[in-house]
Write a protein that binds this ligand. Structure first.
Ligand code: KIV
Ligand code: ZN
Length: 385
């Protein structure tokens, strides 16, 4: 079995979803849940982008114990310095330096020649290496970059000290055959005395972000980047929960394993959906509301006889509780605390009492208190705090 590392960029690329803006407290809450989920490395933000991003990366670096914490940086020394500053208290810091390499980006966005791009990669990856043991380099828009130039850019980054090479399909242009072949080509042609981790980073413009990530893994990538629920710029990023479950369910095919604790998947998804305000479509793979629902008579009959007839994933595997306790006015404190845990809240003793009282007041007026009602109670309390 090959080990696949999971790199979560919900708080950086995911936050680039129009309308999404997490505050620092929310970012730390998500980071801690990602740690429970088993994520290896988290991209906590882009420290030079704003004071808020800088402070959030700093707070996450302090709070997180096991995950590598990454800050994004352009090929600019001030970006690298700012990321270094933000990551001072991280136990396992990493920097992610990027520069575009496609003709369209170099000509119109960067207004740089190929030689200038290579010189900038060399200079800034080397500079980053003086501050960080782990340097990741991404040739932005890699999949629309001329292959030979991409190889030269990647080799330049490796020679300058990068040990993680991320290949972004920035605009979701590639397909599994092509993206997989690109990894095969790069892995066969780079030279390094050190072990180089190849990582996939896909966007979903053509609906192929998960398939492309899996194709990269089939062709030698040992790290996958993505976000929870696939949130992100435009059509979003690879949904990490889909890759994690695909690797598990089809381990006969992929022969890979990860540290993802699948039973934490639904909880992680719910938290991100709630804090981002981007709800998960009902038919979304793995964590959608209908993912374990069977409507037609033939399917229902089959599932009742043996769930394996129409269910390749059990809801329990990903922490979907199909028998969740309904809460009402007769429910006790224990059921209430358990339900709050299901929703992602581990409440301190002093928080339980006032919330439980409010819940009881509400339950007196309503037959059944829904998850949304409970989340509204917590939000009210947070606002008052
Ligand atoms: O999609 C992309 O190219 C990115 C880079 C910053 C890695 O998000
Ligand atoms: Zn991206």
């Amino acid at each position: 079995m090959r080990a696949i590392q999971f790199f979560d960029t919900t708080l950086r690329d995911g936050e680039q979803t129009p309308g999404v803006n997490f505050n620092t407290k929310e970012k730390v809450q998500i980071a801690l849940q990602l740690e429970k989920w088993g994520i290896d490395a988290i991209e906590a933000g882009f420290p030079i982008a704003s004071v808020g991003d800088f402070e959030a990366v700093k707070a996450i670096a302090k709070a997180v114990q096991k995950m590598t914490v990454t800050g994004l940086a352009r090929c600019q020394k001030k970006d690298i310095d700012r990321a270094y500053e933000a990551l001072q208290s991280a136990r396992f810091p990493q920097i992610h330096v990027f520069l575009a390499t496609s003709d369209v980006h170099m000509q119109y966005k960067l207004k740089m020649t190929e030689a200038e791009v290579l010189a900038a990669i060399k200079e800034h990856v080397s500079y980053a290496k003086t501050k960080f043991a782990k340097v990741q380099f991404s040739p932005e828009d890699a999949t629309r970059t001329r292959k030979e130039f991409l190889l030269t850019a990647v080799q330049t980054a490796i020679d300058a000290g990068a040990t993680i090479i991320n290949i972004p399909d920035t605009v979701g242009y590639s397909n599994p055959t092509e993206y997989g072949a690109l990894f095969k080509f790069l892995l066969a042609n780079i030279h390094s005395s050190e072990e180089i981790v190849f990582s996939s980073h896909c966007h979903d413009d053509l609906g192929m972000a998960t398939a492309n990530a899996l194709a990269a893994i089939e062709n030698g990538a040992t790290r996958v980047e993505g976000t929870v629920n696939g949130i992100g710029e435009r059509a979003g990023n690879t949904a990490l929960e889909e890759v994690a479950v695909a690797l598990y369910i089809r381990k006969d095919f992929y022969q890979c394993e990860s540290k993802i604790q699948l039973q934490e998947t639904k909880r992680t998804s719910d938290l991100v959906a709630r804090l981002s305000g981007i709800s998960v479509p009902q038919n979304k793979a793995v964590i959608g509301g209908n993912a374990y629902a069977h409507e037609s008579g033939i399917h229902q009959d089959g599932v009742l006889k043996n769930p394996e007839t129409y269910e390749i994933i059990t809801p329990q595997l990903v922490g979907v509780n199909t028998n969740s306790l309904p809460l009402g006015k007769l429910s006790g404190r224990h059921a209430f605390v358990t339900k709050m845990q299901e929703l992602g809240y581990t409440l301190a003793d002093e928080e339980i009492k006032p919330l439980f009282k409010q819940f009881k007041n509400l339950a007196d007026k309503k037959k059944q208190v829904t998850d949304d009602d409970l989340l509204a109670l917590v939000a009210d309390q947070d606002r008052q705090a």
